[in-house]
Design a protein around this ligand. Sequence first.
Ligand code: ADP
Ligand code: AMP
Length: 217
Amino acid sequence: MRLLIMGPPGAGKGTQAEIITKKLGIPHISTGDMFRKAIKDGTAMGKKAKAYIDAGQLVPDDVTVGIVKERLSEADCAEGFLLDGFPRTVPQAEALDDILNELGVKLDKVISLEVPQEIILHRLTGRRICKGCGSSYHISNNPPKVAGKCDKCGGELMQRTDDTEETVASRLRVYEQQTAPLINFYESHHIICHIKGDQPIEQVLQRIGNCLGRDLA
Ligand code: ADP
Ligand code: AMP
């Protein structure tokens, strides 16, 4: 399946994407994870992206579209993929249409996770991610079995540098201005599923499964 998951920062995209991709055996393509890896590896692209990310702004479209185009051309994407956090602007969505046309494939579904703003701040300030594998936890909603350690790889958990209250406010403004209009863009493609994201993780997953016609449990 060729899928896209969208929603505001903290909607639970990464959490759901990790479970869905494992279950369906398709790659999880998160532009945020790709940028964080580039920053960790100290690449030129990582250095450029860091300034935007730390300011709660979007990395320019040409950089972002370039890395997604390269990634979608890799062999493991031939039978399907799940895009998480891309596209985030109308020009990115148009570029994605062009990339998919060139590859001769189409998106099967767009999952739109909908979560009220007042819940998002609590989710993001309590989020912890694994330094090793990037898995996402929450100090109270979704804690690891052992405090401060990743259940999957034993790595150390840390807070993202862009999960501070000030940066979150900027990210939410950017979402409303630049990314929310994509809901209409995909509405016109008739492939969008609206999912209530302010439910326990398992319930959100079940609703996504219903929309995809797959048992994800
Ligand atoms: P996104 O990828 O959309 O930014 P995440 O998947 O990283 O969001 O989730 C943001 C935070 O909210 C994380 O701390 C995560 O553990 C927590 N979370 C995710 N889904 C839920 C949910 N359904 N209910 C409560 N907390 C959740
Ligand atoms: P995420 O992990 O999806 O929350 O992304 C973290 C940050 O990476 C965002 O706040 C942006 O600065 C940057 N980023 C991720 N995906 C994109 C994208 N599609 N376009 C532009 N910037 C992005």
